[in-house]
Design a binder for this molecule. Structure first.
Ligand code: NAI
Ligand code: MG
Length: 366
């Protein structure tokens, strides 16, 4: 396919999603144009409280059809609990995309920056730089199970974990590929496990990881039980490059990791369908932040960084997408170090001032 022109569905959503999205768009368009990539943006007012109030649902019935031919979804945040209960706003929008588009990889880069204080004592920015790869469709988060004898003394509840060879092998393959394509000194892969406690499924998962490792002789891999792995993300984060985990363990790690870097406002994420049969979705880790929404002070970095990941993914490692990504990251790094900074970082800049500063540096880099 043509790797010069992409169609992007733009869904700002609720709250600060609407405030950080313009900064993200401004910067990815600037970087994309500078490397010869054209973005065709399709603005959608779906997945927000206003849409719900007007239509009684979060998405139009034919949403999948309307997204036909879209290469990626650039997503702000969804949730406005005063108007829509959170389980509805999330399950009827974002989670629909993740499942219907088989976005089986949840990817979160985790890193610290000069200028952003973080809570780990005795660590320097640069000590924390790794990626978490979470399985996003099966495992512990299954819909197999039920409650019997409800509201009696015999009440019993069962929820099965469901692991498949198909599901495990594809997430492991992605993680090994990511490690193998990293710089030579960053090709370590850690497999999160719990084979001592979950003595059926996790030894099996470990075996799948071992089998996959045969294809990647350059990747140094190990497995760590999830409990000690959590401790090490706090105590020895410098020992990780890529971490791969099943759905539940990955969910926990991918909040713990960004928490060690200081502010949720900078963390990006990608929900990927690596085969590109369906569009992938790129979004900041944070939500709609009703407590600061409308003030124009949200940190736009998570949104901008997610956009940089999108450009890199879309061009499949092509040097232009990678260059656009790297230039944006460098600009983010400079602005985090030198300001202007939003209040969550201890500054007094607005969302737009911080976005403009990053845009100016991106612009000057080409
Ligand atoms: P949240 O991430 O929206 O906010 C948590 C705290 O972090 C708040 O104090 C907020 O002000 C701060 N914060 C978040 N992003 C920030 C940014 N960019 N700059 C500065 N400060 C920032 O999580 P919360 O409060 O639990 O959820 C609020 C709503 O967002 C709920 O409706 C929830 O369901 C939804 N949500 C949506 C997500 C998504 O769209 N992927 C993810 C998480 C929550
Ligand atoms: Mg979570």
């Amino acid at each position: 396919s043509d790797l010069s022109s992409f169609k992007i569905a733009v869904i700002p959503g609720d709250g600060i999603g609407q405030e950080v999205m313009p900064e993200g768009l401004k910067i990815i368009e600037l970087a994309a144009n500078s490397v010869g990539i054209t973005l065709e943006l399709m603005q959608l007012d779906w997945a927000c409280a206003d849409y719900y109030l007007a239509h009684g649902v979060m998405l139009p019935e034919d949403w999948k059809k309307q997204l036909d031919g879209v290469d990626a979804i650039y997503f702000g945040a969804v949730g406005w609990p005063e108007v829509v209960p959170d389980h509805i706003s999330l399950w009827d929008s974002l989670l629909q995309f993740r499942r219907e588009f088989d976005q089986y990889i949840n990817l979160r880069p985790v890193r610290t920056f000069a200028g952003v204080p973080f809570p780990l004592a005795g660590k320097a920015p640069g000590d924390i730089q790794y990626s978490i790869v979470r399985e996003n469709t099966e495992g512990e988060y299954s819909s197999v199970g039920g409650v019997m004898f409800a509201n009696t003394d015999r009440e019993v509840v069962v929820q099965q974990s469901v692991f498949t060879r198909h599901g495990a092998d594809r997430v492991l393959k992605y993680a090994y590929e990511l490690a193998a394509s990293s710089a030579p000194d960053s090709r370590r892969l850690t497999v999160a496990t719990k084979s001592n406690g979950m003595a059926i499924s996790m030894p099996w998962w470990d075996e799948r990881a071992k089998a996959m490792s045969n294809n990647y002789p350059d990747v140094v891999w190990d497995k760590q039980h999830i409990d000690i792995l959590c401790a090490r993300l706090v105590l020895q984060p410098e020992r990780f490059d890529v971490i791969v985990a099943t759905n539940l363990f990955g969910d926990i790690l991918s909040d713990l990791g960004p928490a060690t870097t200081g502010t949720i406002g900078i963390a990006p994420s990608a929900n990927l369908n690596p085969e590109r049969v369906f569009p992938s979705l790129f979004e900041p880790v944070h939500g709609s932040a009703p407590d600061i929404a409308g003030k124009g002070i949200a940190n736009p970095v998570g949104m901008i960084w997610s956009g940089a990941m999108m450009l890199d993914f879309l061009t499949q490692g092509d040097s232009r997408g990678r260059q656009a990504h790297d230039v944006i990251l460098k600009a983010i790094e400079m602005v985090l170090a030198n300001g202007p900074r939003t209040p969550d970082l201890g500054g007094d800049a607005s969302t737009k001032e911080m976005g403009d500063a990053i845009a100016a540096l991106v612009s000057a880099s080409f």
